[in-house]
Design a protein around this ligand. Sequence first.
Ligand code: BDP
Length: 659
Amino acid sequence: EDGSKLWLRGKAVSAEVAAKRQIVIHSESIVVGLASKELEQYWAGSSVELIVDKKLKKLKDGYTISSSGRGLTICAGEEIGLLYGAYHLLRLQQEGKDLQRIAIEEIPDYDVRMLNHWDNLDGSIERGYAGQSLWKWEDLPRTISPRYAQYARANASIGINATVLNNVNASPQILHSDYLVKVKALADIFRKYGIRVYLSINFSSPKILDGLENSDPSNKEVQRWWKSKVKEIYTLIPDFGGFLVKANSEGQPGPQDYGRTHADGANMLADALKPYNGLVMWRAFVYSPTKEDRAKQAYLEFMPLDGQFRDNVIIQIKNGPVDFQPREPFTPLFGAMRQTAGMVEFQITQEYLGFSNHLVYLAPLFKETLDSDTYADGSGSTVAKITDGTLRPAYKTAIAGVANIGEDENWTGHHFAQANWYAFGRLAWNHALSSEQIAEEWLKQTFTDEQQFLKPMIHMMMTSREAAVNYMMPLGLHHIFAFDHHYGPEPWGDRQGGRPDWMPWYYHNANSAGLGFDRSATGSNAVSQYFPPLDRIYGDLETCPENLLLWFHQVPWSHKMKNGHTMWEELCYKYDEGVQQVRQFQKVWDGLESHVDSQRFAAVQSKLRIQAQDAIWWKDACLLYFQTFSKQPIPYDIERPIHELEDLKKIKLNMSYHN
Ligand code: BDP
């Protein structure tokens, strides 16, 4: 049992059961054929009829499932809806739901539900912790790995319908004709499962690939180059999705190299893609080492451009204003841009959450952002409603997650990291689902539906993200990771001459007075980027939510928290709580051995051991270091540090940038 089957573990039905029911279709299409094949193999219930009715436009690519005396009917407005409906039915069966009388209507919340792979053409993956890339570029297009179809099937089973194959730090080579035929080979497989392929592009491609004088978007030759490149792509891949662009960010080229704006660059690509209905996802992850608070920069750069983008451009915005930290407030651009479509980018891969070593269930993090009220149009203007088309008109709505998938047998490195891929897909389909519900359905399909297993494991998953926040960066601390690889703690980190906005001290501001980043009106005033009343709530030390306190304020060590502790004491208790939570996870898991196959049991057990060691490492490193400023004892009822600060400072992890 190596975990390679993911959550798709339905048992093939016997010939006897199959003979008792019929799966009826009225279509020659490959997708509908697939839907019927899945049901033929795994559906143990009554007969099912699959109907496409083009008039059912309001369903988008969703479906209805209803029961009558003769059996079940799945209806959809588009063929792919029948495949989604079939997977839904199989999921309900696997969960042991009562399917006698059902009336289900499922309409997806987002049009484009996409994974972003940060895969490089040499097979490495930026921030990938599950082995090398799934895409075997050298073997393509001739050799087709069976995992391509398995990947597509897994995605289709949770409604994911788009994939960006390559890293946002994009090699221009991906647009070379030699690569495009490889991309086509993948697109041909994914299409059967309703998945469209997108590519990350390098803005300097015209110059680098074909020796144009520059890649200036106002240069007619450059515009022509993109038009003809796009034509070449669509000739090979008629349903190609579009481009994802990281421009003028962390050293990547972009329109600003030529004095043009993000809008100029995005619009040039949008114009080339428009005749084919292609999209541009233009990323707002921009910041440079200026005096301005890094957390404010995306807003400052993009707000003046609101209304200048073509309708097939979507600004792709990370959930938080800095960078996928264990906890951040939502990025204030959500809601603020009124005339520009925006989408959320989450990180499924755990760059800042213990790689594939820590069990951290991310649905609560995703939900925290989606459910955040921006107050942009009064109360109730959640990030979800801003991005799903409810409050802002959009040509297409979208949501993206940076994939955690690699060529490891179990796809994601940690067996429980599969749940994060699963949860992203389920929430992209329906952001109203609860994290508990998603955890429960995933556990039932992936492990077992025994209550003795489910109850403690749902609890473990549900508390795991907060545990990670506690032992890494409680109370709104952020970005105090070791340089580059972002695995362990390095609050003391400093590089001579290095960029301040890459140094932990830039974020934690520890000194004898206190700890945290002053983003209130007396500090960087990042709070002013939020709509009232959030600007006031965040901006006032007394009303700021305590879990974001050190994000928005530099707080005196003696500041009284709501529970009566001082800030220093609370920091100590939070770190300790995180450690205790992981120790508890170990106990719970060990106690469940009889419910889990031995291979996956042992794998998770040993990962939990690493996680427990790391949690103690984090706690000791941060508390011993911050204690040099607070000059106060660690409360005596807390377990004592087991490391010397000086020893911890010497730890040099052997991890490259790409890992
Ligand atoms: C950061 C990663 C870096 C990515 C960058 C991005 O550390 O590897 O290239 O984000 O999103 O989180 O572009």
